[in-house]
Design a protein around this ligand. Structure first.
Ligand SMILES: [Zn+2]
Length: 134
């Protein structure tokens, strides 16, 4: 095993896992595991068998990605914010993530990339709007 030089990270607050993880680090770890598990999620695969075209540009451009029609992290922000953990509403997140076929669409890689960029940009704008209100 390769020993890695510990990163210097004194300024971040690490309240989790015996003081070794920050909020965002713990969230990333949880999300990585969930993403791993979601690769075995059957509806995302079975929708592939039924779809032949990209839902946005209507072309047949293999390969395709299964895309959540409603993003697991809502672009407009969490509907309920009274019980967030690590700044996430996990009930809402998991409900959005593990959906059945009807809630998936098939996108070509270009359209999927564009949609993600669009969503991230909008998410950032919405977050800024929210913070400016406080
Ligand atoms: Zn497309």
């Amino acid at each position: 095993m390769v020993k890695r030089k510990p990163k210097k990270r004194a300024s971040t607050i690490r309240p989790y896992n015996n003081g070794s993880l920050s909020e965002s680090e713990l969230r990333s770890k949880i999300l990585a595991k969930l993403r791993q598990f979601s690769q075995y999620w059957k509806p995302a695969k079975s929708v592939k068998a039924k779809t032949k075209k990209c839902a946005e540009c209507w072309t047949v451009k293999w390969p395709f990605d299964a895309d959540h029609i409603n993003s697991a992290v809502p672009v407009e922000g969490w509907t309920k914010t009274d019980d967030l953990f690590l700044w996430y509403n996990w009930n809402e997140f998991l409900r959005n993530l593990f959906v059945e076929e009807d809630w998936y669409q098939w996108l070509c890689l270009d359209c999927h990339k564009q949609k993600s960029q669009r969503d991230n940009k909008q998410r950032k704008l919405n977050k800024e709007k929210l913070w400016n209100k406080v």
